[in-house]
Design a protein around this ligand. Structure first.
Ligand SMILES: Nc1ncnc2c1ncn2[C@@H]1O[C@H](COP(=O)(O)OP(=O)(O)OP(=O)(O)O)[C@@H](O)[C@H]1O
Ligand SMILES: [Mg+2]
Length: 207
């Protein structure tokens, strides 16, 4: 079983958007997929409720401890709220194999990501050694200066893998409205998005 958590202490960085799109990817690959939505805003649950019943099933829960043991190929994706600190954050993180940190190309978001990564380093050795951390840039406009800055900053963080950059793009708004993922929408319309997802999917599968 792979457990993947999306987290950044900064709100609005794309945790829920990326969590549901990853879930939709695995579901259409016929992998048993569950979203655990731990945010009282319940954005992921809202998206699941919009999902057409004709599409591959994604299981959803808002309960942290209710998961039964799954087979080794199943995937559990946690959508966390922003602004978690201390023991509560540590308790959640203990359950993760991988943490994906979406970062938007703004100085405030970059600082929040940096603080979070530093707080992970102060957590116990089990967390430091076992949990893989991947950074993804989100809502980027390619070639703007701030994007280059983000890119440089992410690459420099030691022990952390910078995986991919997602453009700011209306396909994610369509996804939020329809309960579908990028990989379930028209291939030509989403060709570039699919390319942007590839490195993240490869990283997840290799961990
Ligand atoms: N790559 C993208 N392109 C365009 N819009 C995006 C992209 N990623 C996220 N968004 C939009 O940005 C907004 C914030 O995204 P989202 O809700 O996923 O962030 P979040 O980190 O889960 O926020 P919160 O901290 O409030 O839970 C949403 O309206 C979403 O549709
Ligand atoms: Mg959210």
């Amino acid at each position: 079983m792979k457990t993947i958590m999306f987290y950044n202490s900064k709100g609005g960085s794309g945790k829920s958007t990326l969590a549901v799109n990853l879930a939709a990817y695995f579901a259409q690959e016929k992998v048993h997929t569950t979203i655990v939505d731990l945010d009282p805003q319940a954005s992921s649950m809202d998206w699941l409720n919009l999902r057409p019943i004709s599409k591959p099933k994604i299981h959803g829960t808002t309960k942290f401890n209710k998961l039964q043991k799954r087979n080794k190929d199943s995937v559990v994706i946690y959508d966390l709220p922003a602004s978690l600190y201390g023991n509560r954050l540590e308790n959640y993180i203990k359950k993760a194999n991988m943490i994906i940190v979406p970062v938007m190309p703004s100085p405030i978001d970059m600082r929040a990501a940096k603080d979070f990564i530093q707080s992970l380093r102060t957590m116990g050795p089990i967390i430091r050694k076992r949990v893989k951390i991947g950074l993804v840039a989100n809502r980027c406009r390619a070639n703007t200066n701030i994007f280059l800055e983000l890119d440089e900053y992410l690459v420099k963080e030691r022990g952390i893998k910078y995986i991919t950059a997602f453009r700011d793009n209306s396909n994610y708004i369509r996804s939020a409205r329809s309960g579908l993922g990028i990989f379930e929408m028209g291939e030509s319309m989403t060709a570039q998005d699919r390319e942007e997802w590839k490195p993240l999917i490869r990283w997840i599968k290799s961990n």
